[in-house]
Write a protein that binds this ligand. Structure first.
Ligand SMILES: Cc1ncc(COP(=O)(O)O)c(C=O)c1O
Length: 369
């Protein structure tokens, strides 16, 4: 079946109108309730606030339409990732993680799973191809990896996992379901930090787990209910609202990333630019084949730390912040968190600013370096 993203987005925008009656609000109400009226025999979808909430349901339904899968929402990306790792991994089983992916996923493995007897293996995304997957229960992939933006072949990884009897979990945070569709490429599980582009406004933490395996999703939902790792109603509402503009925000952000990547690469003050959309990127052909867009994030290396910081500080339309995927262009040197990149490597997350205003501002900063 061919992918019909336009209708996926339109259905997501209109999902609520099929469930409401005359006089009901078009946007989902923020249901701020810990408990619900529940006489005699417990029945109905909403009984107690740790189990379910209508505002979460609205956000989950919208994301489920984007993923074309069942979805369970969590209060952060890490809560979603932890839910999968803690429900799936058992003592004596082995987990493979990217050594160049988001470092907090590795901390969950090292600080929580390893002491429980789970075996942890880490390797760079680019070496997944040559690994033997036979020993693994779960393989986690992040592509493009954060922050180096290396690309891993999802179809090949799904085939390897299937042959080895391992589960493939993809952290799709850097791409969103509009930029890359790991479940369509054979992954078993998608996790995402919706704190980033899905919400997009830098005002809520949120995450989700998506899968087309109903039994697996039941286990994740049960984990949420038992562990109490639940979303606040107001955050769910913010994310629902953010989702409604995701497509147009994402389009502008990707366009800004593509145009500005090429211009930065041609500027004398820049040593190098990493962006999957550039022909110079080692994974460019793979990116073209498996990604629907080239994403919103660039890696920009300057000659030294001072120059990198001066570029960020000198640009009034770049906010110095840790995170990405927001409407405001933002940047930081990832080495400050210990990531395995050059000290002068800046992760630049493109926002929705008008392209030429953004570039004129960056150019002023670059020319002054
Ligand atoms: C790729 C990736 N996955 C997961 C997370 C965790 O998300 P959160 O901060 O919402 O827990 C992040 C956060 O930066 C991330 O970049």
């Amino acid at each position: 079946m061919t992918l019909d993203l336009n209708n996926i987005v339109a259905n997501m925008l209109h999902h609520r109108q099929n469930t409401i009656g005359t006089g009901e609000p078009i946007s989902p109400p923020i249901v701020q309730a810990s408990t619900y009226k529940l006489p005699a025999v417990p029945e109905g979808e909403y009984q107690y606030g740790r189990v379910s909430n209508p505002t979460w349901s609205a956000a989950e339904q919208a994301i489920a339409l984007l993923e074309d899968a069942d979805v369970v929402a969590f209060p952060s990306g890490m809560a979603a990732i932890s839910a999968v790792l803690l429900t799936t991994m058992r003592p004596g089983e082995t987990l493979l993680l990217p050594s160049d992916g988001y470092y907090v996923s590795r901390l969950v493995a090292q600080k929580i799973l390893a002491p429980m007897g789970v075996l942890i293996d880490e390797c760079p995304s680019l070496e997944y191809d040559s690994r033997d997957f036979n020993d693994y229960k779960l393989v986690m992939v992040e592509t493009p990896s954060n922050p180096k933006l290396d690309i891993c072949d999802l179809q090949a990884m799904a085939a390897k996992c299937q042959a080895a009897g391992a589960l493939l979990m993809v952290d799709n945070t850097t791409m969103t379901p509009l930029g890359q569709r790991p479940l369509d490429l054979g992954a078993d599980i998608v996790v995402s930090a919706d704190t980033k582009a899905l919400n997009g406004h830098s005002d809520a933490l949120f995450g989700h787990v998506a899968s087309r395996n109903a039994e697996f999703i039941d286990g994740i939902r049960e984990w949420r209910t038992i562990s109490g790792s639940i979303v606040g109603a107001h955050d769910a509402w913010l994310v629902h609202r953010g989702l409604e503009t995701l497509e147009i925000r994402y389009e502008r952000m990707c366009a800004n990333a593509g145009i500005i990547a090429a211009r930065l690469a041609a500027h004398g003050a820049v040593e190098s630019v990493v962006y999957p959309g550039l022909e110079s990127h080692a994974g460019h052909e793979l990116a073209k084949a498996q990604m629907l867009t080239f994403g919103t994030i660039l890696g920009v290396t300057f000659k030294d730390v001072a120059t990198a910081e001066a570029f960020i500080d000198g640009s009034k339309y770049i906010v110095a912040a840790t995170s990405f995927g927001g409407v405001h262009t933002s940047a930081e040197r990832r080495a400050r968190w210990g990531d395995d990149v050059a000290d002068s490597y800046v992760r630049l997350s493109l926002g929705i600013e008008p392209t030429e205003a953004l570039w004129a501002d960056m150019l002023r900063s670059l020319d002054a370096l």
